[in-house]
Design a protein around this ligand. Structure first.
Ligand SMILES: Nc1ncnc2c1ncn2[C@@H]1O[C@H](COP(=O)(O)OP(=O)(O)O)[C@@H](O)[C@H]1O
Ligand SMILES: [Mg+2]
Length: 438
């Protein structure tokens, strides 16, 4: 056989397709000639010399002419021109199982305390398509979160997805910790994305506490980790929730924050040359958010109830990420700085918040009482200035009189101490007796 005739066979050989070489590094990007790979595939970059050989894992994020563009999950140092790039032909996978409950892991599934993985875990991919919308069972049962104002006035269904919109320091982490400790969900999966290291520690030790952690898996990608890791943190947390949903469980997923996930996606988008649109966010941000958020909810086996926090600076609810997320989810809870400043915690502004599924999952009496509660609160707030300066004359309006009379009870109903667990039944009973006595 002539050498020329052999060429097609050589190009089909596994070793030929499987390896490539690093050509150059620009910013966060590695350009490599070969191997054959598709977007989202993991490649192993072999770095170091003889005794100090090491593998750096990177993901294919784009193509440029003949070359593939990779982004590493970890740091870039040690990568040099000519380094061998090996294709794995697979997207990112990690190991998970019940034995991981109670642990804090990184987006690649490894325990942060450096301990090894237990035996008997299953291997799962980080990416999955959302359940077919036609096959999703409807949500018709409520879930207990153990926060009075939510269980009674903003009741959440098993498999419902809710956004928590708030500025920084208004009480997001504290509220998520309360839910994680008090809920009757079978397991919590908590994704902490883009927080500072100190905040992560505070959340785990103070807000979640040992009892909360013992029924949770926490996935952490801090603000100093590479953008790709922060995105994978969100995917891994979602994939863990999916794994337990497929075991038939009612899972509670909390992601703090989805804004930071969007920012990480923007960082990657800009680096691969996407055009910036609103607020510098690239089109891929608006394409990936729905794909990520649609993965939770119900499927035929179990449910994932999800809380996604969204940062709203200066309480601007029309900021592009807030706007997009609100459109995808089945409810939004707004945390209000003015309530936090008054010491009214949890600082949920009930009048600005909505659970879109509540009326389908609770009985009529409960719905009526919640509506009446909102009306009274709204009436009081509307006239608050007049009432405070003494310009309102009692007897002018029956409704306002009633709202004034009930106001102290309303406020004490809304307030709940961090370490005060309340059952859903107690919350609902208290709401009914508060309204019933009107
Ligand atoms: N339910 C609460 N009761 C009392 N204080 C609270 C409560 N929630 C938040 N706080 C106060 O607000 C601070 C910031 O809360 P945190 O949950 O860390 O906010 P965020 O996560 O939104 O930045 C806490 O350190 C605490 O002092
Ligand atoms: Mg926080």
């Amino acid at each position: 056989m002539k050498a020329k005739e052999l060429l097609p066979f050589i190009s089909e050989l596994d070793t030929y397709k499987k390896y490539g070489r690093v050509k150059r590094v620009v910013g966060l990007m590695i350009e490599s000639q070969g191997p054959e790979s598709s977007i989202g595939d993991v490649c192993h970059i072999h770095v170091g010399v003889k005794s100090k050989k090491k593998i750096i894992r990177a993901e294919v994020v784009g193509f440029k002419e003949e070359n593939i563009i990779l982004m590493p999950y970890t740091e870039l140092n040690e990568i040099a021109p000519g380094c061998l790039v090996e294709a794995t032909m697979r997207p990112l996978e990690f190991k998970i199982g019940s034995a991981m409950i109670g642990s804090v892991i990184d987006p690649l599934g490894l325990p942060l305390d450096g301990s090894g993985l237990p035996k008997g875990l299953a291997t799962v991919g980080t990416e999955r398509v959302p359940p077919n919308p036609m096959e999703r069972p409807p949500i018709n049962e409520s879930i207990e979160v153990g926060v009075r104002l939510i269980d009674s006035l903003l009741t959440v269904g098993k498999g419902q997805r809710v956004g928590i919109f708030a500025g920084s320091g208004v009480g997001k982490s504290t509220l998520l910790g309360m839910i994680a400790r008090n809920t009757t969900a079978d397991i919590n999966v908590i994704g902490l994305i883009g927080e500072r290291g100190r905040e992560v520690r505070e959340f785990i030790e103070r807000d979640l506490g040992p009892e909360g952690l013992s029924r949770s898996i926490v996935v952490v990608a801090t603000s100093d980790s590479p953008a790709l890791m922060r995105i994978k943190g969100a995917y891994t947390a979602t994939a863990i929730a999916e794994y337990f949903r497929d075991k038939g469980l009612n899972v509670m997923l909390m992601m703090d924050s989805v804004t930071r996930v969007a920012m990480a996606q923007r960082e990657i988008g800009l680096a691969v040359g996407e055009p910036p649109t609103t607020k510098g966010y690239t089109p891929s941000v608006f394409a990936t958010l729905p794909k990520l958020l649609e993965r939770t909810g119900t499927n035929q086996l179990g449910t994932i109830t999800a809380f996604y926090t969204v940062l709203v600076d200066g309480d601007d609810m029309n900021e592009p990420i807030a706007d997009t997320v609100r459109g995808i989810l089945d409810g939004h809870f707004v945390l209000d700085r003015s309530l936090a400043n008054k010491g009214q915690y949890p600082a949920v502004n009930v009048l600005k918040s909505i659970s879109r599924l509540m009326n389908q999952i609770v009985d009529e009496e409960h719905v009526k009482c919640a509506e009446k509660f909102r009306e009274m609160l709204a009436k009081y707030i509307e006239n608050e200035d007049l009432i405070n300066i003494g310009a309102y004359k009692r007897g002018s309006s029956k409704e306002i009189d009633e709202a004034i009379r009930k106001y102290p009870e309303i406020i004490s109903f809304l307030k709940q101490a961090v370490d005060e667990p309340v059952s859903k039944q107690d919350s609902v009973n208290r709401l009914i007796s508060l309204i019933g006595s009107v």
